[in-house]
Write a protein that binds this ligand. Sequence first.
Ligand SMILES: C[S@@+](CC[C@H](N)C(=O)[O-])C[C@H]1O[C@@H](n2cnc3c(N)ncnc32)[C@H](O)[C@@H]1O
Length: 252
Amino acid sequence: MSAPAYDQIGINYSDIRRADPRIEAAIWEALGDARTVLNIGAGTGSYEPTDRDVIAVEPSPVMIAQRPAGSAPAIQGVAEAIPLEDKSMDATMGVFTMQHWDDVDCGLTEVLRVTRKRIVFLTLDLDVTELMWLCRDYLPEIIEHDRKAFPTITRLQTTLPNVQVDTIPVPADCTDGFLVALWSRPEAHLGSHVRRASSTWHRLPPAVIENGLDQLRHDLDNGEWDRRFGHLRTLDTLDVGLRLVTAELLAK
Ligand SMILES: C[S@@+](CC[C@H](N)C(=O)[O-])C[C@H]1O[C@@H](n2cnc3c(N)ncnc32)[C@H](O)[C@@H]1O
């Protein structure tokens, strides 16, 4: 999935997918002393630091058009052919993007080529994400599909140098409405405007989605969802597999 897909998915992206300040703080901290930052697969500019020199690279014009006024400059391009010189950036960040690249190995090689110090990816560990009620009990097809798209944490650890993996608990009121961020807000998945901003709902066959959502609607109406999972509504955060993967390129 690449730019043409996000030219469809991205239409109301910035309404639903607003950077969450707590996740943002973790990303900014991981960027450390980097002064220049490439945001690869930058989309509408979520999570870009405002106190460093950022260059965004993003294939979709629809996403680029939603970048707020005053955002960092954006170049139309893909991870597999980053339009920057070798070792021209202190750090590269990438948020929820690798699963969309046509060729992850090629994209990672390119990121390593243009980065001097540090690489920071926000991604999912599907071994954890698959346990979340939506994926486990309503739409297991989500994980079946995602396993073909997301690089595993082990693959990142073997491809990148000196990797640290941090668990990022997702707040119950996370402002970035990515699929599993709605772990305590099951009703949100029934809203088509919410689903439109997550690529999952564009990838699965409509009949599969309808089946899963019918079951969810039924379980919410008759109280079954709350009997089984209502305790989640009382939690502040949950580990749904969100991981910050940081690679140090200069460490010995
Ligand atoms: C889920 S969005 C994330 C956008 C942004 N990083 C954020 O956190 O809101 C995934 C982004 O990856 C971009 N993308 C798709 N294929 C790509 C590729 N081959 N190289 C770089 N970015 C790509 C999409 O256009 C989209 O903007």
